[in-house]
Design a protein around this ligand. Structure first.
Ligand code: PRP
Ligand code: MN
Ligand code: MG
Length: 183
């Protein structure tokens, strides 16, 4: 539907689905149901993680509550500026809760390391991260991530929530972007 903009499909819709089921099973084991901390709190990092969050929450066999936070470091460029801005903060206090940050991708790691530092000052009982994608070769800061779906090459990818200049989020798969689009 985007003409020749997508150079190749990196991860298919079926592969995403299978991986989410696998991740959900692993994550659920770490959070006993009926814990004194209450239901697991999933924090979706808008906008990129929106589709992953909704599919992941429904695949998890434990009760969860959903919160949303919007941060932005990219603007419309293809590389991270490292400057993170809160566009929308949490509505709720997370003190004493089991919190799981849900991200679509860790690229330089700057967004997530900033976010983890920010959220840990709010005293959650636990704070972990699940990300669908990670680019090991692009990391610029070490960030501890409990659960990773796919490690991918250092190429610009779009789809399943990931955008270039706000486009392509609605693709059901992860694809590489034709360089002609951004050059
Ligand atoms: C993208 C992506 C991650 C972050 C990863 O978000 O969704 O949140 O960048 O990059 P990093 O590891 O280099 O920090 P973006 O800032 O583009 O906002 P969006 O989710 O609204 O697209
Ligand atoms: Mn994002
Ligand atoms: Mg983006």
């Amino acid at each position: 539907m985007y003409g020749d903009d997508i150079a190749s499909v990196l991860i298919t819709e079926d592969e995403i689905k299978a991986k989410i089921e696998e991740l959900a099973e692993l994550v659920a084991k770490r959070y006993p149901p009926d814990s004194p901390e209450g239901d697991l709190l999933l924090i979706c990092v808008l906008k990129g993680a929106i589709f992953f969050m909704t599919d992941f929450a429904r695949a998890l066999p434990i009760p969860t509550q959903l919160e949303f936070m919007a941060v932005s470091s990219y603007g419309s460029s293809t590389s991270s500026s490292g400057v993170v801005r809160i566009m929308k903060d949490l509505d709720k206090d997370i003190a004493g809760r089991n919190v799981l940050i849900v991200e679509d991708i860790i690229d330089s790691g700057l967004t997530l390391s900033w976010l983890k530092r920010n959220l840990s000052t709010r005293n959650p009982a636990s704070l972990e991260v699940v990300t669908l994608l990670r680019k090991p070769d692009a990391l610029r800061t070490p960030v501890d991530v409990a659960h990773v779906g796919f490690d991918i090459p250092n190429e610009f990818v779009v789809g399943y929530g990931l955008d270039y200049a706000e486009r392509y989020r609605d693709l059901p798969y992860i694809g590489t972007l034709n360089p002609a689009v951004y050059s």
